[in-house]
Design a protein around this ligand. Structure first.
Ligand code: GLV
Ligand code: GLV
Length: 327
């Protein structure tokens, strides 16, 4: 019997082709997010699940299918999946690192420029019919060139962000639990500093840590108050890495100059208070969303999925202990 697979969202044909070949496929072509109950029911008779960042795959979902062998997410971050519970049940969890690094770094930079130079604000201004006269200081923002960039989380994406800073003549500071190799620091001309130092010195603070128990609300009121009032916060990591309410107050009360946010605590809900502020750029979790990259991610997730179902050990399994335990 062919393995049965649930594909939870619309996927590019190239990814479906990978799965269709050897599997019996249930496909949520409606592209609507399933409720936890619907997800549990849909997965109950499946061997594999292909999911996305908005699907909460907790132990109850994992427990609903005795046959489940793999959960493959079309994302690098897998905080939406209870990996420990999956490991305990012998279920492999796979993700899509690497292929989205450059697209994600591009978006962080797009947001950085947008908020510093008030690009989305200017766009709203024109569309609202407010532009009647050119003025010397109209929409005057802050320079990017020659400023100090602070990168929090120096994994693949943080490094790709740092690499782009060269062209902008920026000083690059970074904070990471562990310093990266000296050769990488030298190539990127990036200097490790403590988090407080980074927050005090950076003109732009860009977040690139995964969401984990250690990084929940990593940037809260105390951290925001440490930033310069002329500094900007860029978050393309996960919403819960910052204290969203504290960010709102920081923007309202001018502790910082502005923020650009790709991710939110309760997506797709974006607090009304944020939507009312002019000094924040808001985009709907599109860090890796180029056509080419999202397609590559979907294909990679599909390959991870069928790899496990064929009894192979694909390279992007985040809990390889499942094999070491002899499964
Ligand atoms: C998207 O947020 C991802 O983790 O790939
Ligand atoms: C993601 O790929 C990261 O390590 O930053």
């Amino acid at each position: 019997m062919k393995p049965r697979v649930l594909i939870i969202r619309q996927m590019p044909e190239a990814a479906l082709a990978v799965v269709r070949d050897g599997c019996e496929m249930q496909y949520n072509a409606s592209d609507r997010q399933l409720s936890p109950e619907e997800l549990g029911q849909a997965v109950a008779d499946k061997d594999g699940l292909l999911c996305v960042v908005t699907d909460r795959v907790d132990d109850a979902v994992l427990a609903s299918s005795p046959a489940l062998k793999v959960v493959s997410t079309v994302a690098v971050g897998y905080d939406n999946i209870d990996v420990a519970a999956a490991t305990a049940r012998g279920i492999a969890v796979a993700n899509t690192p690497g292929v989205l690094t450059e697209s994600s770094a591009d978006l962080a930079w797009g947001l950085l420029f947008s908020v510093a130079r008030r690009i989305t604000e200017g766009d709203r201004y024109i569309r609202a019919g407010q532009w009647r006269d050119w003025k010397l200081m109209l929409m005057a923002g802050h320079d990017v060139y020659g400023q100090t960039l602070g990168i929090v989380g120096m994994g693949r994406i943080g490094q790709a962000v740092a690499r782009r800073a060269r062209g902008c003549g920026m000083r690059v500071l970074y904070h990471n639990r562990q310093r990266v190799d000296a050769s990488i620091e030298a190539e990127l001309e990036a200097t490790w500093v403590s988090l407080p130092t980074l927050l005090e010195q950076a003109d732009f603070v860009s977040l690139h840590v995964p969401l984990s128990p250690e990084t929940v609300r990593y940037i809260g009121e105390a951290e925001l108050r440490r930033m310069k009032p002329i500094a900007y916060l860029i978050n393309t990591a996960r919403g819960a890495v910052v204290d969203e309410q504290a960010v709102i107050r920081a923007l309202q009360e001018g502790w910082i100059a502005g923020a650009a946010l790709d991710v939110f605590e309760h997506e797709p809900d974006v607090p009304q208070a944020l939507r009312e502020l002019e000094n924040v750029v808001l985009v709907p979790h599109i860090g890796s969303a180029s056509v080419a990259t999202r397609t590559r991610m979907a294909v990679m997730a599909a390959e991870n999925l069928i790899g496990v179902l064929r009894g192979e050990r694909p390279p992007n399994v985040v809990n390889p202990e499942v094999w070491e335990a002899g499964n």
